[in-house]
Design a protein around this ligand. Structure first.
Ligand code: ACM
Length: 539
């Protein structure tokens, strides 16, 4: 798709000034920031991240006014999406935006359509014209995704939480859109540094704007166990009591975990909990001596080494432990998946690793869930329906790549998380203070400029479930850290997962990404100002 070029900055400012003067907001004293003032008054239809599959511009723009209503179907799920849209738009516009299921001329309309099954689980159609703006979907998730597009078509200052100057217009035309891949994930490592419920919610707010639909929580590792398990309480109370560098760590109570799941579901994001096994288990081994082959609990660990811990594969109690943990987590998790880790088991013999993974996978099935494992799972026997998460890099051995590709040929689907492309904890360049560099430096272009469908030689495109961007937290603990490493790379991963391969074009993408700068600023996201991206001037 060819994207309209942005209006030159000076001309855009003049147009905005003219429009603002006409609508009287200058007189009211409301002023946009310089970066926002550089925005065109009406954003070209389709200038979003991810870019939509189909954009047909045309006709007069839709204008939000003090009288605009949000009309939903009577279903609670659709109503909730309307309420969420109103929550975003009310503070900045200052408009009442009542949500109603009554016919309302000139409304923003959110409607489910039984006829539009071709839109699938997450697709939507957005029709914008002078008289109305309608988003149609087959399923509620599609309406939610369409609402994220609508947000991005409005001026960036719509994301501010204080009153801003209008006008609030959406270019005329029709967008028809649905995702390339069903799995578009983000992972938070809440083990190396514990992240609070509010930090996780904030991340959910931000990733869902870009149509990410899975939040993978890495809930256990050597440095901390982060979820309460009633039948093994010391996992959380002791195993969760520290983190990298020391300090108090933390864990989620069951109620808090459910609150994360609820908050994610309201954004049509599925939570994928991970308990990493049989390696990366020092926090569990420290909490219960009987889980160790020698019956001796090691001390808690606050360093950043990997590969030194293993559950005791021959002991029966190991499988009582695994069964209890998976049963309790499955009961808290409405999503389809449980991630069982399986990476870097350097202290587990190969035979033990295979025996362990092959014994644990059926436990996941017993509790009605589907296995996801890091790609080393393909060295055992992946269960029917299991998904392997590939985290290799260009330098990964040919034999390892071939093992994963063979599993994909045999029906194991793949989530792609190549470390030298979309590990969000990799430094951008040598000057990046945060992060690691074992997979190399990953600038914004590098994280975007690859094709998941053709990435792993020998793996059929049909085996690719999607992409996922992990954020490991050895060096990351605050919202500022998260923002700096995830943004702006995460929107690129979201686009790789959502947009058709035919739209892939760095030159086009970088312009649309640049237009996200003022939006991220309005949302309080302190993103990395990569020199590769032509951000609008801020002063
Ligand atoms: C990993 O980075 N060890 C999955």
């Amino acid at each position: 798709m060819s994207q309209p070029r942005p209006i030159p900055r000076l001309l855009g400012s003049l147009l905005l000034l003219a429009a603002a003067t006409l609508s009287g907001v200058v007189a009211s004293g409301l002023a946009a920031t310089p970066a926002q003032a550089a925005e065109p008054p009406v954003r070209p239809l389709g200038q979003t991240v991810p870019v939509p599959a189909s954009v047909v511009p045309g006709g007069a723009p839709f204008t939000l006014t003090p009288e605009t209503r949000i009309r939903t179907d009577s279903s609670g799920e659709v109503r909730a999406i309307g309420d969420r849209l109103a929550e975003v738009l009310r503070p900045s516009t200052g408009y009442a935006l009542p949500v109603t299921d009554r016919p309302s001329p000139g409304a923003i309309r959110l409607r489910l359509s039984g006829k539009d099954s071709a839109l699938g689980e997450e697709g939507y159609r957005l029709q914008s014209s002078r008289g109305s703006l309608t988003i149609t979907a087959h399923r509620p998730a599609g309406l939610f995704r369409g609402v994220q597009t609508l947000r991005q078509l409005l001026p960036s200052r719509v994301e501010e939480d204080t009153r801003q100057p209008g006008p609030w217009q959406v270019a005329g035309g029709t967008i028809t859109d649905s995702p390339r891949f069903a799995h578009r994930g983000a992972m938070l490592d809440v083990s190396r540094h514990f992240l609070t419920v509010d930090q996780v919610k904030r991340y959910l707010d931000h990733i869902s704007l870009y149509k990410i639909n899975k939040l993978h929580l890495h809930l256990s590792d050597d440095q901390g166990w982060r979820i309460a398990i009633d039948s093994w309480p010391r996992l959380a109370t002791y195993g969760g009591s520290t983190q990298v560098g020391g300090g108090p760590g933390g864990y989620y109570t069951k109620a808090q975990y459910k609150e994360i799941v609820r908050y994610a579901a309201a954004r049509h994001v599925e939570v994928v909990p991970e308990i990493d096994m049989p390696g990366h288990t020092n926090a569990a081994l420290a909490s219960y001596a009987e889980l160790n082959c020698d019956g001796v609990a090691p001390p808690l660990y606050t360093g950043t080494a990997v590969g030194f811990s293993s559950l005791c594969v021959p002991k029966a109690v190991t499988y009582d432990f695994v069964d209890d943990v998976i049963r309790e987590i499955a009961a808290l998790t409405p999503g389809r998946y449980i991630h069982i880790g399986g990476d870097e088991a350097h202290s587990t013999s190969r035979a033990d690793y295979v025996a362990f993974m092959n014994r644990v996978q059926p436990i996941v099935a017993t509790y009605g869930k589907t296995v996801i494992g890091w790609h080393q799972l393909t060295g055992a026997t992946p269960a029917e329906g299991a998904i392997a998460q590939y985290w290799g890099l260009d330098g990964t051995s040919q034999a390892e790549k071939e093992q994963v590709a063979r599993a994909a040929q045999n029906g194991t689907r793949l989530i792609l998380s190549p470390a030298d492309r979309i590990y969000l904890d990799m430094k951008y360049n040598k000057d990046t203070e945060l992060g690691l560099s074992w997979a190399g430096y990953v600038e914004v272009r590098r994280s975007y400029d690859w094709d998941p469908g053709a990435y792993l030689p020998g793996a059929p495109a049909s085996a690719i479930a999607g992409v996922e961007a992990p954020l490991w937290t050895e060096t990351i603990s605050s919202n500022e850290h998260i923002d700096h490493m995830a943004f702006p790379r995460l929107p690129g991963v979201a686009e790789l997962g959502w947009s058709p391969a035919a739209t892939h074009d760095w030159e086009d993408y970088k312009v649309r990404l640049a237009a996200q700068g003022p939006r991220m600023e309005a949302l309080g996201i302190d993103y990395y100002r990569s020199a590769q991206v032509p951000w609008p001037a801020t002063q």
